[in-house]
Design a binder for this molecule. Structure first.
Ligand code: HEM
Length: 445
C-alpha cells in the first residue's frame, strides 16, 4: 500500500454547539457527495471521516475485513488523542455485545440474538404495543395537555422492549426508573448504571429458570450465558430506544403540522408519513463508526490510515439520495438501519417501525383532537440524532381506560443534584415522575 498522506483539514467540527449539521451538510458542494467522504473533527483535535453517500456507506459497512466495528481498533481512543475526560471515552468503552466485536465472536452473538428476536410474534405485537400505550396515555389524558416527547415517545419504546424481553410490568418499570436516573445524569448515575446491569442480569437468570416465549429466553435457548444475555439486552435498549422515540415523535409532528392527524384512521397515511419521515429525517443523523484495519486504503479519493475513525452520515446520505434519485413511495430500504454484517436485524427494523406506527395510531385514537400548542417545534441542534426536544400538545381531556390509572401529577424535586456522569442517551428524559407514577399505580391496582 502507498504511504498515507497528511489528512486534509477538517471541514466541520461535529461537537460545535451552534452547528446545524443537516443544513451544513446539505449545502456541501456536489463534489463532496461524489467523493462520499468529508474530513471532520469529532471534538477539538479528534479527526474523523464522515461518510455522506450511499456508495461509500455500502462499500465500508459491507467490508468487515478492512473496516472493523470493534472500537478497540480506533487508534485515537487509546493513544491519548482522546482524553479520559472526553465524552467519547464514556460512549465507546469496549463492550461484549454483537455491535462491538467482529469476526467469529460477532457471528456467534449475532446468530443467537437474531434467532432470539424470532420469539417476538409480529402478529401480536400491535396489540401489545396498544396495551402499553394505553397505560402511558392514561398518565396524562385527563390533563388536556402533555409533552409528547418526554411523556410518551421516550417512555413507550422502553416499556415495549422490556415486555418483549419477557419482563413483567414491575420489572420493566424498575428498568425504566434506573434508565431515567441515567438520562437525568444525576449524582447517582453510576449507581443507576450498575443497578441496570444487575436488573438485566437477574432477569436473564430468572428466564433461565422460567423460560417463556420472549427474547431473553430465546438467547438462553441459543446457548448464551447470563452475562452475555445482559450485554445483548443492554445493546438492544441502547440501539433501539432513542431512534424509535424520535421516529415516533417526528411522525406525529409531521402529521400535526400538516393538519392530517384526523386522517390517521388511514393506516396507509400513517405508514407513508412514517416512511417519508424516516427518509427525510432519519432518527440517527450520524453514528460512530468503522476503523480501517490497514494503512493506505482508498475511499472517496482519500487515503486512510489504519485506526482512523469513519462516521456513518446517514442523514446526509439519505437526503442526498432524495434530492438526486428519490426512492419509490413505499421503499423501506432505509440506510439508517445500517447494512452489511452489523446491519440492524430485519426483526429489529420491524419491531421499531411497529412501535412508532402503533404508538402514533393509538395516541390519535385515544385523543382524537390532539393539536400542537406551539406552531414552531424546533428540532434539536444535535449532530447525532434528528429529533425534537419537546412536542407540547393540547387535547380535550379524556377518561383513563386502564384501572386505577396514574393520572395524578407529581411535583418536581426542587433539590436536583448536579450531573455526575455522561448519559448515553440523546432522547430527552421522560418527565421525572412518569415511571415512578406508573410503578405506584401498579402497586395500588
Ligand atoms: C428506528 C429504530 C432503529 C434504528 C434507526 C436502528 C439502527 C441500527 C443501525 C444503524 C445499526 C448498525 C450500526 C452499525 O453498523 O454500526 C443497528 C444495529 C443493531 N440493531 Fe438496530 N436500529 C433500530 C431499532 C432496533 C431494534 C428495535 C432492535 C431490536 C429489537 C435493534 C437491534 C439491533 C442490533 C442487535 C444491532 C447490532 C447488530 C450487529 O452488530 O450484528 N435495532 N441498528
Amino acid at each position: 500500500m502507498p504511504p498515507v498522506p497528511e489528512p486534509p483539514p477538517p471541514l466541520l467540527r461535529l461537537d460545535d454547539p451552534v452547528l446545524d449539521l443537516p443544513t451544513a451538510l446539505d449545502r456541501l458542494d456536489e463534489e463532496h457527495f461524489q467523493r462520499g467522504l468529508v474530513p471532520v473533527e469529532l471534538e477539538k483535535g479528534v479527526p474523523a471521516w464522515l461518510m455522506i453517500s450511499l456508495p461509500v456507506l455500502h462499500r465500508v459497512l459491507k467490508d468487515e475485513h478492512y473496516f472493523a466495528r470493534d472500537p478497540r481498533a480506533w487508534r485515537d481512543l487509546w493513544n491519548g488523542t482522546i482524553p479520559d475526560t472526553s465524552p467519547l471515552q464514556a460512549l465507546y468503552p469496549p463492550r461484549r455485545n454483537a455491535l462491538s466485536v467482529d469476526g467469529g465472536e460477532h457471528q456467534r452473538l449475532r446468530t443467537a440474538l437474531t434467532g432470539a428476536l424470532q420469539e417476538v410474534s409480529l402478529a401480536l405485537l400491535p396489540a401489545r404495543i396498544r396495551e402499553i400505550a394505553d397505560v402511558v396515555i392514561d398518565g396524562f389524558c385527563t390533563r388536556g395537555r402533555a409533552d409528547v416527547v418526554s411523556e410518551y415517545a421516550s417512555v413507550l419504546p422502553l416499556l415495549v422492549l422490556c415486555r418483549l424481553f419477557g419482563m413483567d410490568q414491575p420489572a420493566g418499570l424498575r428498568v425504566g426508573m434506573a434508565m431515567q436516573r441515567l438520562w437525568d445524569g444525576e449524582a447517582d448515575a453510576g449507581h443507576a448504571h450498575h443497578q441496570l446491569q444487575d436488573l438485566l442480569l437477574e432477569h436473564a437468570a430468572y428466564r433461565r429458570a422460567h423460560p417463556g416465549r420472549d427474547i431473553t429466553s430465546g438467547m438462553v435457548a441459543r446457548g448464551l450465558d447470563d452475562e452475555e444475555i445482559r450485554d445483548q439486552l443492554a445493546l438492544i435498549m441502547a440501539a433501539a430506544h432513542d431512534p424509535i422515540a424520535h421516529a415516533l415523535a417526528n411522525t406525529l409532528a409531521d402529521l400535526l403540522q400538516t393538519s392530517r392527524m384526523h386522517m390517521v384512521g388511514s393506516t396507509w397515511l400513517i405508514s407513508e408519513t412514517l416512511n417519508h419521515g424516516v427518509w427525510r429525517h432519519p432518527p440517527l443523523e450520524t453514528l460512530v463508526g468503522r476503523f480501517p484495519t490497514a494503512d493506505g486504503l482508498e475511499v472517496g479519493g482519500y487515503r486512510l490510515a489504519r485506526g482512523d475513525c469513519l462516521v456513518m452520515g446517514f442523514g446526509a446520505a439519505q437526503r442526498h439520495q432524495l434530492r438526486t434519485a428519490p426512492p419509490e413511495p413505499s421503499n423501506r430500504a432505509y440506510p439508517v438501519f445500517g447494512m452489511g454484517p452489523h446491519g440492524c436485524p430485519q426483526l429489529g427494523r420491524d419491531i421499531a417501525l411497529a412501535i412508532a406506527q402503533t404508538g402514533v395510531e393509538r395516541l390519535q385514537q385515544r385523543l382524537p383532537d390532539l393539536r400542537l400548542s406551539e406552531t414552531d417545534t424546533p428540532r434539536r441542534a444535535s449532530t447525532v440524532i434528528a429529533g425534537r426536544r419537546a412536542l407540547p400538545v393540547t387535547f380535550t381531556p379524556a377518561r383513563p381506560i386502564t384501572p386505577a390509572a396514574p393520572h395524578q401529577e407529581e411535583k418536581w424535586n426542587p433539590t436536583r443534584p448536579a450531573p455526575a456522569s455522561v448519559s448515553n442517551s440523546r432522547t430527552p428524559p421522560p418527565t421525572r415522575s412518569v415511571f415512578a407514577r406508573l410503578a405506584r399505580w401498579l402497586r395500588s391496582s
